[in-house]
Write a protein that binds this ligand. Structure first.
Ligand code: AMP
Length: 210
C-alpha cells in the first residue's frame, strides 16, 4: 500500500508512521529525518536546507522532490511505503503524480494549533539517536538524558515557540490545501488526533481498513 500521512507539524505523523510501518511492514519515509541526517553529515542537500529549516520555513520544492525521487527508487519501496512529511505543497503532490506513483490513501491527522504549541514546546529529542520525549507526557527517566542510549536530549531548534508559530502558519497556507487536492481525488481519510497515542493509532488503523 502507498500511503501519505498529512497533518500539521507535531500532529503525531512520525509516531503513527512507525505504527503503520509495523502493521503493514512497509517503510516509513520522513523527508524531515532525511534532511536532518544530511545536515548531520554536512552534505550539500543538508547545507542547502539548513537556513530554511531553522526558520521553520519549507525547503524549496525542487530539493525535496529530488530527495524523495531517490528514496522511492530504492528496493524496499517496491511493496509500498508511508510518506511522513511529503508532500507539503501542491507542486510536490503534482510531482509525485508526475512520477507515475499511484497513492492508495491519504490519512490526515487533525490536531488544534494550541495543542500543537503545547506538544512541540515540551518535545525533547536525543541528539544522538533521535528518540523522542516530552517533558509532560513522556519524560525521560533522568532529565536531559536519553533512556535508550544515554545521549543528551534537547529542544529541537525548530521546536522553539516562535519557530513553531511560523511552521503552523506555513502549514495552513502551503500544506493544508493538499486536503482539498486529495479529497477531490477521493483518497482523503480524516482522523482526529486523540490525547493518547494508542487511541489515535486505533483510528488510523481503522482508516487504513476503511
Ligand atoms: P519535519 O520533521 O517533517 O517537521 O520536517 C522538518 C523541516 O524539514 C520542515 O520544517 C522543513 O523545513 C523541512 N521539510 C521536511 N519535509 C519537507 C517537505 N516535504 N517540503 C519542504 N520542506 C520540508
Amino acid at each position: 500500500m502507498k500511503l501519505i500521512l498529512l497533518g500539521a507539524p507535531g500532529a503525531g505523523k512520525g509516531t503513527q508512521a512507525e505504527v503503520i510501518c509495523d502493521y503493514l511492514n512497509i517503510p516509513a519515509i520522513s523527508t524531515g529525518n532525511i534532511i536532518r541526517e544530511a545536515l548531520k553529515n554536512g552534505t550539500e542537500v543538508g547545507l542547502k536546507a539548513k537556513s530554511y529549516m531553522d526558520e521553520g520555513k519549507l525547503v524549496p520544492d525542487e530539493v525535496v522532490i529530488e530527495i524523495i525521487k531517490e528514496r522511492l527508487a530504492k528496493d524496499d519501496c517496491k511493496n509500498g511505503f508511508i510518506l511522513d512529511g511529503f508532500p507539503r505543497t501542491v507542486p510536490q503532490a503534482e510531482a509525485l503524480d508526475a512520477m507515475g506513483i499511484e497513492i492508495d490513501k491519504v490519512i490526515d491527522i487533525e490536531v488544534a494549533d494550541e495543542k500543537i504549541m503545547q506538544r512541540l514546546s515540551g518535545r525533547r529529542v536525543c541528539s544522538d539517536c533521535g528518540a523522542s520525549y516530552h517533558t509532560m507526557y513522556k519524560p525521560s527517566k533522568a532529565e536531559g538524558v536519553c533512556d535508550k542510549c544515554g545521549g543528551k536530549t534537547v529542544l529541537r531548534k525548530d521546536d522553539h515557540p516562535d519557530t513553531v508559530k511560523e511552521r503552523l502558519s506555513v502549514y495552513h497556507t502551503q500544506t493544508e490545501p493538499l486536503k482539498d487536492y486529495y479529497e477531490k481525488a477521493g483518497k482523503l481519510q480524516i482522523v482526529e488526533g486523540q490525547e493518547e497515542v494508542k487511541d489515535t493509532s486505533a483510528l488510523v488503523i481503522k482508516a487504513l481498513e476503511a
